[in-house]
Design a binder for this molecule. Sequence first.
Ligand code: ATP
Ligand code: MG
Length: 179
Amino acid sequence: KAYIDRINVFGFKSYGERYLSIPLGEGFTAIVGPNGSGKSNLGDAIVFCLGIASAKAMRAIKLTDLIFSSKGKTAPYAEVEIIFKNNGAFPLNTEEVSISRKVDLSGKSTYKINSRPAKQQEVEELLTLAGIPTQGYNIVTQGDIYKFVKMTPSERRDLISDIAGITQYEERKQKAIQD
Ligand code: ATP
Ligand code: MG
């Protein structure tokens, strides 16, 4: 099974205008720290890099809001690189798989796969082949549990169907009934 080994960031949200490498490794990782110290920003970094694209999902109005800014000083760009241990999950013959995304001050965003420029669609396809579909429910964000508790039983069932991968068959079934 593939897993995220480390995340390299530059100029992303509160991480500052410097290169940082955040080790995750296999299994369970807990990130602790005081309020506002950047715990959720790490989740946002993952969402940004893996192309689950809307700015709202990262608690930003536009992509350029993701670029580090403090006391009138703004980084020239924000970049997040996620390094997976491949373990045969990705159809690439490298031990590690690197996916990175960068956004500059003009709002232009670019991706790389193993250091080569790539289209967003290629990143999505690669992740889907590795069993990490970008439209899937991979990240539980702050407030999601509250929403889950507040849902109607049928909304909750729909969400569970999505996670379990049943929705796609349900959609096909509905289409077949219609035709
Ligand atoms: P909590 O425990 O309250 O959930 P947290 O550790 O999850 O806190 P985050 O939401 O990750 O905190 O970080 C919030 C901090 O990130 C805020 O202080 C905010 O000012 C800072 N921040 C967000 N965007 C930027 C940016 N573009 N430049 C600099 N700092 C930013
Ligand atoms: Mg938080």
